[in-house]
Design a protein around this ligand. Structure first.
Ligand code: SF4
Length: 448
């Protein structure tokens, strides 16, 4: 006799269960008590997805846990620390502060955790830093210096503000006074990596795309937000968005992955609006150039005989999915309503840079074992290199081992922070590798 199956009415169980309100607002660590308390220390946030596990050498995807080994540095340790802080059971110490900030917030843990559990790990880590600032202990002195630089000179390096457009002289490109596309250059390409700004401008010129610059560009505030200074970051977001609106630009283009994430994800997060409601589109150069190549408007015909590995910059890949404000309630089995589309990192910008590289004659693209959501961060971003240069260096060295493992001659990324960090590690270690930004490779293949 066939056994009768009992049907579970999930909707009814949810309806009848006690509910608690849920907010994804990083301004209150208590909003993430559920997430922190549900961490089971499985370490899915540390290991590369088992299906793709390339062997023991490249088994981890968390730069912090790989460098420091102690559990407190991994997401699982920080969830315990955050919970104890939120419940008033732990007081800040210098060591605790170091643990919270020694972390590039690269999102590997968040996407790893969401393979099994829908816990908001990245938002919790951001909220932990906001709490450090709210409690008067954060950020670290190196971060405070950056914030002072921005306040004084509108750039994170403390360089004279009037030098911001110096890169233009050698670019031999004249931006339009008014155009639909605004190129937001960012601090790095303006001051430390003019080759990226120059290559980007030349690519746009070859494509016949008129572009303008912001009449008075200031820092995007990426590090300010990343270290937990939400009030100051929001002021920069409001100022920069206001400036774009004054120009009437329909698209803001970035060549920096960190800036791209800031404009596309963190500005809307800070202003409690959706990416789609910003009033203009935010695109990275690789999205724009890929489309132009596919339309035949850009023809990369100059051969570049080079075996390259592509590095997925975290802020262009797993951290770049658009933001949509959400509030709801949690009931039976942790289910939430209304439906929450989780940001799992799978819809980052992964295909476009690879398609670009494969469209360049002579370029041989080889994939590293850790790619896409599983990529190993360069370790430089979000205030890490300034406060923890040893962590930034060890992460870059570890990644470069992977480049050598696949036999590539060059490492290509789409962010000045990655290029700089890799280039420095290559120089210090005397490696025979070269680090390029993808804008340089595209420009070279166009012959400009
Ligand atoms: S994957 Fe998630 S649940 Fe597992 S240890 Fe990491 S943070 Fe905790």
């Amino acid at each position: 006799m066939a056994e009768r199956q009992t049907k579970i009415d999930v909707k009814k169980l949810f309806r009848e269960s006690p509910k608690t309100p849920v907010k994804l607002d990083v301004q209150d660590l208590k909003n993430f008590v559920y997430d922190m308390s549900r961490c089971i220390k499985c370490k899915g946030c540390t290991w590369v997805d088992h299906t793709y596990m390339p062997g023991a050498q490249f088994r981890t995807k968390c730069p912090t846990a790989t460098r420091y080994l102690f559990d407190s540095y991994g997401a699982y340790g920080k969830m315990r620390i955050g919970l104890a802080l939120a419940e008033g059971k732990l007081r800040w110490t210098d060591k605790l502060l170091e643990i919270v900030y020694a972390d590039p917030l690269c999102g590997a843990c968040d996407t790893g955790c969401k393979r099994n559990l829908d816990l908001e790990i990245e938002l919790t880590l951001e909220a932990l830093r906001v709490k450090a600032v709210q409690d008067g202990v954060g950020p670290l002195p190196a971060h405070k210096k950056i914030v002072q630089n921005i306040e004084k000179n509108h750039n994170s390096f403390g360089s004279p503000h009037e030098n911001r457009t110096k890169w233009l002289a050698a670019a031999k490109v004249t931006p339009a006074k008014k155009a639909d596309l605004l190129y937001f250059v960012g601090c790095s390409a303006s001051y430390t990596n003019p080759e990226i700004a120059q290559s980007t401008a030349r690519i746009l010129k070859v494509a016949g795309t008129d572009f303008m610059l912001m009449p008075d560009e200031w820092c995007c505030g990426n590090i300010v937000y990343s270290v937990g200074m939400v009030k100051e970051a929001r002021a920069l977001a409001q100022r920069n968005i206001g400036e774009v609106k004054k120009t009437g630009a329909k698209t803001v283009l970035l060549s920096c992955a960190e800036g791209y994430r800031m404009w596309k994800v963190d500005y809307p997060k800070l202003l409690n609006c959706a990416t789609a409601d910003l009033g203009f589109k935010v695109v990275h150069l690789v999205e724009y150039a890929d489309e132009l190549i596919k339309q035949g408007k850009l023809k990369p015909t100059k051969p570049m005989p080079l075996r390259v590995a592509y590095h997925d910059s975290c802020s262009l890949s797993r951290l770049s999915e658009p933001w949509t404000p959400w509030e709801g309630e949690r009931g039976w089995m942790g289910m939430v309503e209304p439906r929450l589309k989780r940001r799992r990192g799978s819809n980052g910008v992964y295909t476009q840079p690879r398609d670009i590289l494969q469209a360049i004659p002579g370029v041989s693209l080889v994939e590293m074992p850790r790619l896409r959501e599983n990529a190993f961060c360069c370790g430089a971003g979000r205030g890490t290199k300034e406060a923890f240069p040893d962590l930034a260096r060890s992460s870059a060295q570890h990644r470069l081992e992977e480049v050598k493992y696949v036999g590539a001659e060059a490492l290509v990324s789409a962010c000045p922070w990655c290029k700089n960090n890799f280039a420095q590690a290559i120089k210090e270690d005397g490696n025979a590798l070269t680090a390029y930004d993808i804008s340089e490779v595209i420009a070279a293949s166009l012959g400009v």
